[in-house]
Ligand binder design. Sequence first.
Ligand SMILES: *Cc1c(COP(=O)(O)O)cnc(C)c1O
Length: 391
Amino acid sequence: MLNTVNATASAAKYLKRAVRSRCMELSLQAFPELKLFITGPTYLSERVKRAALLPEFGHRDSENERRLRVVLKNLGEIMQLPGNCRVMLLPGTGSTAMEASIRSLVRDDERVLCVSVGAFGDLYANIARRNKPNVDIIRFPDGSAIDESRLAAGLEEKEYAAVTITHNETSTGVINRVGRLGKIVRDHGALPLIDGVSILGGASGEIKEGQSATYVGSTQKCLALPAGFGIAAVSDDALEKAEQVEKRGLTTDLLLHAEKAGKFQTLTTPNTALVNQLYVQTEYIVKDEGVETRFARHRRLRDITLQWLAGLPEGFSLFPGKENSSPSLTCIRVPESLDRKALKEKMREQGYLFDPGYGKISTPTIRIGHMGDITEEMLKEYLETLGEAFS
Ligand SMILES: *Cc1c(COP(=O)(O)O)cnc(C)c1O
């Protein structure tokens, strides 16, 4: 058993020491503190920063299990996992988990369909093409959501083993109805592979309704942690399918990851500071804030942003349709004349990191990241400052 009194005393000492070193003092002076309102990585709360100071540990030791047993259970609650799915942590990032889904679940003699509404849907298609020979893409214009009948028509044309879908398209602020889309994919006998990277922890992944084969995320978006893990929920039938796929790679083999997750471990060495942070943060989300409360807060942050947008002068408008606007970020069409680079520097002077829009979209846009642990007060302050910076 841990001696709590000693543990508390040593934690306090640890925190003091951490800020007292000379290198730390100099580094604190060197790097300005910016409040991140970009779309990931996100602002880190004091709670998360301090969690990185918890004791390091060995990843094949019992101390690892004491943490990961809780983390995986909490992630299951946050992802509202149905009984036929299990969750695993892949050292790497969201892209690692996306690549693992393709490598593990599609044979070389099968086809993948990648449905894209923007840059991150294109990323999934790019990953698929780099790993598998037969990849088709349905690309909807930037700003639109996936059209269900167009998807169904695509699935009628050819036989597909798997279909990649972006839940929340971060380049355009569009959220897709993955519950309904996944069902359409399943009705055509294919596996839905869902990229939920910029929404996991901020809204329901609709994994049960969409019968997702894989639903992947990462730590540095709505979970408000530093980057360092891909998170994957994988269904039992997906794991069965993986057994028929040759050459799944090593770090991209979901069967190997599943085996380790079954022992509350990771396949390769995890970032142990991040495991400590995941422990504290997922405990906070599940037991203190509450999963549904967190989702509701994300919806409120969107509503606050849309209300603010309605008061802006002509030339500023919501880029996606209102019904498809994401609860984790808002993408805004801005006048051509707006100097977004200068605006970014102006906001930096105010202590903020501003997002001047995704580089490759032809329409001039800006994005407001309102994901993770950002509070209503923080967002209102930010929007007020930004509104002033426009003029
Ligand atoms: C950020 C992002 C990714 C890439 O995730 P990494 O963790 O950087 O690999 C993929 N898809 C979406 C929708 C994203 O927002």
